[in-house]
Write a protein that binds this ligand. Structure first.
Ligand code: NAD
Ligand code: TYD
Length: 340
C-alpha cells in the first residue's frame, strides 16, 4: 500500500489535494497533518471519512516527536508538504508565525522525513520566491532565476525552498520543489483576493482593490496544481525544481471585471480603490517550459472556465464561507479594510 503524508491538508490547496487523492488513488493511505490555524478548516474535508485510507492528525509540523509517531511502523512513500502561513498581508503585520511554521516547520519535517525515510518529498513553493518584476520589464522567471523575495511570507517560503534544496545537495534526500502561481478554486479562505471579492459581492459589499489594481497575477486552477503535485511525486527526478504557471498574467482590476461580468454587476458600485499593500509585488511572470517539456504537465483550465466553476461553488456553498466570515475573520476584516 502507498502511504502518503499531506501537511496542511485542511487548508485550501491541501484539502483539494486530499479530495483529489481520494478520487484518483483510492488505495493510497493518507496521513493529513494540520495544525488547524485560523486558515485550517475541517469543513474543507466534509464527506471524507476517517478510516484505513484516511487519517487526520491535528499537529504542528514543527513538532518532531509527533512527526516521528506518524512515521513509526510504516513506510511513507511520498510527502506533500503544503503546511504554511500563507497570507502576505498578515505577514507584513507579524512575520513571526511565518518563520515558525514555514521555516522551522519545514526544517523539522525535513529532518524527520530524512531520518525515517521517504521516497519523494514534494515541497509546495511559490512564484513569490523570485521576488517581482517591475512594471514594463519583460523578464520571465525560470527555475534558475535568483530568489529575491520581497515580503515576509515569500522570504520564509524562499528559506524553506533553500532548506529543501540543501537536503538534496548534502544528503541526496529526494526532494522535488514546485513553484506555483496564484491558485484559485473551491475552499479558498475568504481573506484571499478572489474569494474575498466573491463573498463581499454576495454580501452586498464593495471589493477592495489595492492601489490602482494594475498589479499582475497569473491564476492557476487548484485542480491543475493537484494533478501536477501527484505527477511530480510519481515521475520527477530527485533534486528537481519546477515552475507551474496558470492561464497567463492579468491585472487585478481585470480579474475583478471578469467576475463582475459573470455576476452581471456594475463596476462603479462594486469596486473600491483602497490604500496599496506596502511593497506590493508588481508581477511574477513564470516560464513553465521546463515542466511541460520534461513531464508533459500544463495547467489545462482556462481562466473563464475556472472562474465560472469557482463562482458556482461559492454560490452553492454559502454556509461554508458564512461560517468563516462570521467568526474571527470579522475582526481581521475590520482592521484590514477600515476604509470600506
Ligand atoms: P492555506 O493558508 O489555505 O492553508 C495552509 C494550511 O496549513 C492550513 O490548513 C493551516 O492550518 C496549516 N498550517 C499552518 N501552519 C501549520 C503548521 N505549523 N503545522 C501544520 N499545519 C499548519 O494555504 P494554501 O493556499 O492552501 O497554500 C498551501 C501551500 O501552497 C502553502 O505552502 C503555500 O505557500 C503554497 N502556495 C500557495 C499558493 C496559493 O495561491 N494559494 C500558490 C503557491 C504556493
Ligand atoms: P492575494 O490573494 O493576497 O495573493 P498574493 O498577494 O499572494 O498574490 O492577492 C492577490 C492580488 O490581489 C495581489 O496583487 C493583491 C491584490 N488584492 C487586492 O487588490 N485587494 C485585496 O483585498 C486583496 C486581499 C488582494
Amino acid at each position: 500500500m502507498t502511504t502518503v503524508v499531506v501537511t496542511g491538508g485542511a487548508g485550501f490547496i491541501g484539502s483539494n489535494l486530499v479530495r483529489y487523492l481520494r478520487r484518483k488513488h483510492q488505495d493510497w493511505r493518507i496521513f493529513n497533518i494540520d495544525k488547524l490555524t485560523y486558515a485550517g478548516n475541517l469543513d474543507n474535508l466534509a464527506g471524507i471519512e476517517v478510516g484505513p485510507e484516511y487519517n487526520f492528525i491535528q499537529g504542528d509540523v514543527a513538532d518532531g516527536a509527533m512527526l516521528a509517531r506518524v512515521w513509526a511502523r510504516r513506510r511513507v512513500k511520498y510527502v506533500f508538504h503544503l503546511a504554511a502561513e500563507t497570507h502576505v498581508d498578515r505577514s507584513l503585520n507579524d512575520a513571526v508565525p511565518f518563520v515558525r511554521s514555514n521555516v522551522e516547520g519545514t526544517a523539522v519535517l525535513l529532518d524527520v522525513a530524512r531520518a525515517e525515510g521517504v521516497e519523494k518529498f514534494i515541497y509546495m513553493s511559490t512564484d513569490e520566491v523570485y521576488g517581482a518584476v517591475p512594471k514594463g520589464s519583460d523578464e520571465v522567471f525560470t527555475e534558475d532565476s535568483p530568489l529575491k523575495p520581497r515580503n515576509p511570507y515569500s522570504a520564509t517560503k524562499a528559506a524553506a525552498d533553500l532548506l529543501c534544496q540543501v537536503q538534496y545537495a548534502s544528503r541526496e534526500m529526494p526532494i522535488v520543489i514546485l513553484r506555483a502561481a496564484n491558485n484559485y478554486g473551491p475552499y479558498q479562505h475568504p481573506e484571499k483576493f478572489l474569494p474575498l471579492m466573491l463573498t463581499n459581492l454576495m454580501e452586498g459589499r464593495q471589493v477592495p482593490i489595492y492601489g490602482t489594481g494594475q498589479q499582475l497575477r497569473d491564476w492557476l486552477f487548484v485542480e491543475d496544481t493537484c494533478k501536477a503535485l501527484v505527477t511530480l511525486a510519481e515521475h520527477a527526478e530527485p533534486g528537481s525544481i519546477y515552475n507551474l504557471a496558470g492561464s497567463g498574467i492579468i491585472p487585478n482590476i481585470e480579474l475583478a471585471r471578469k467576475v463582475l461580468g459573470v455576476l452581471r454587476m456594475e463596476e462603479e458600485d462594486s469596486l473600491k480603490m483602497v490604500e496599496d499593500r506596502p511593497g506590493h509585488d508588481f508581477s511574477y511572470p513564470l516560464s513553465a517550459e521546463k515542466i511541460e517539456r520534461e513531464l508533459n504537465i500544463r495547467s489545462e483550465t482556462k481562466l473563464d472556465d475556472g472562474l465560472r466553476r469557482t463562482i458556482f461553488w461559492y454560490r452553492s456553498n454559502e454556509d461554508w464561507w458564512r461560517a468563516i466570515r462570521e467568526g474571527k475573520f470579522k475582526d481581521y476584516y475590520k482592521k484590514q479594510y477600515s476604509e470600506l
